[in-house]
Design a protein around this ligand. Structure first.
Ligand code: SF4
Length: 243
């Protein structure tokens, strides 16, 4: 009997995984009985059906899944000039996610986000928050470098943004910090100036989004560091309140 149940559980798991791959939204099944002992209920679940014997839970799409789907991407014209796709890096379960505009020369060469001068400034900001780069997640709207660091174009954003949205859905940070005009305007679907958007939280699905100035802008306009620090302090307060 136990072997039959194990076979059944295996078949159901395969079914869930195939459903997940087809993006049907199925992520868990509920069974009652002996199988509950084989697939213990996650202790932190607040699902009301927990007590009735949750036996199987399939995690949401992982960052590895998304990177695999992205592949050697040729979905927009930027693929022709890149050295490396800059997917993003950091804690896959981060409470805080920084999203910028697009890779620059250093990022393109290294395949890592925010590693040039602006990246060093972002690293300093993260340290000033009492965090490390490993504790947060860092990525961009676009994953390939635009030529001569020109502004992203609408067709490029349209092609690449779905992968950012999937990253956000996978990580589910409590707070998103949108660095600069393009990140903030793209996520919030607005053309309002960053100077107006910054300084307060916005809602992005179930997450809190704080726009602030891009570190590259701060390198050119050091006087704006004061406003960025104000925004960052609001983020820190928000994270402390929710933890
Ligand atoms: S910018 Fe995004 S959509 Fe365009 S080629 Fe690179 S990964 Fe693909």
């Amino acid at each position: 009997m136990r072997d039959e149940l194990l076979d059944l559980a295996g078949a159901l798991k395969d079914h869930i995984l195939s459903e997940r791959e087809s993006r049907s939204g199925v992520s868990r099944l509920y069974l009652k009985g002996d199988l509950g002992a084989l697939y213990p209920v996650p202790p932190d679940t607040d699902d009301p059906e927990r007590e009735s014997g949750v036996v199987m839970s399939v995690p949401s799409v992982t960052l590895e899944d998304i990177r695999t789907e992205l592949g050697d991407c040729t979905r927009c014209k930027l693929h022709g000039g890149r050295l490396n796709i800059v997917f993003g890096e950091g804690n896959p379960h981060a409470d805080l996610l920084f999203v910028g505009e697009a890779p620059g020369r250093d990022e393109d060469q290294q395949g890592r986000p925010f590693v040039g001068r602006a990246g060093q400034l972002l690293t300093d900001i993260i340290k000033a928050m009492g965090l490390t780069r490993d504790a947060v997640y860092i990525c961009n709207i676009l994953k390939c470098r635009p030529p001569e660091n020109r502004n992203p174009e609408p067709d490029e954003i349209a092609a690449c943004e779905p992968f950012l949205v999937k990253q956000l859905q996978s990580i589910q940070p409590r707070v998103i910090c949108a660095l600069g005009k393009f990140a903030a305007q793209t996520l919030l679907k607005t053309d309002t100036a960053i100077s107006v958007l910054r300084g307060r939280f916005h809602s992005y699905h179930e997450m809190r989004l704080m726009p602030t100035y891009h570190p590259a802008y701060l390198l050119r306009n050091p006087g704006a560091k004061k406003q960025v620090w104000e925004d960052v302090q609001m983020i820190m307060k928000e994270l402390q309140q929710e933890s």
